[in-house]
Ligand binder design. Sequence first.
Ligand code: 13P
Length: 260
Amino acid sequence: MPAKRKPLISGNWKMNLNHFEAIQIVQKLSYLLKKDDYAAVDVTVHPPFTDLRSIQTVLESDRIPVGLGAQNCHWEEKGAFTGEVSPAMLAKLNVGHVITGHSERRQLFCETDEDVNRKVKAILKYGMTPILCCGETLEEREAGTTEEKVSSQVRAGLAGVGADQVATLVIAYEPIWAIGTGRNATPEDAQAVCKAIRGVVSEEAGTEAGSSVRIQYGGSVKGANAAELLAQADIDGALVGGASLDPEDFARIVQSAHSA
Ligand code: 13P
């Protein structure tokens, strides 16, 4: 059996923490995570835009090997797009990973698959890695259309992206009914969908890309349930919301990725 991909644990802080609070969280996290953790697991944090510069400074000046991430961006480089932030601006802050197509953006801000595809391409163009999110609603799960929904989001998100670039990106499977509800998917259900996603990537971009792409699970991941999710063959990490605001629980999640 080929070696599993290096796990990636990402903290999506959503619209929480001002830049002073954010600095404290990162400093606490850096006390809790050790060399062994960074050797075994890639870790990113995704603060709100207003915190990015402060967190970049702390990570770089204290040489903390946590990657800086963003939660969203526009697809254009610059221009008359009031309120938006461009991928070029994020790249200048040494942002490495950008979440795109999160279900909250799709549902609350009407982001379409086409928007998400434009963003994926723009993020790659500026040398950053997209974390492309997909996931079904409770109604879709109950109707048995989970794989259909998730597959179509992944195909649309990857449209026109070269196989070599697909191989480098991250896909996050986040069932919408599991986000912020305390109700996580069972490890077996999450594994089945992540395996199906890997199959879609292989169909779209070849088996090499399929076996290289990292697939995260997200939705009520905590220190207490991370190990069994991360032990699944096709789950290569976690996209963590609420628990990433608590450095101790987030560190536990990172540490449970070691043995997975
Ligand atoms: P929770 O971990 O709070 O359920 O959020 C998951 C999520 O949406 C991460 O992007």
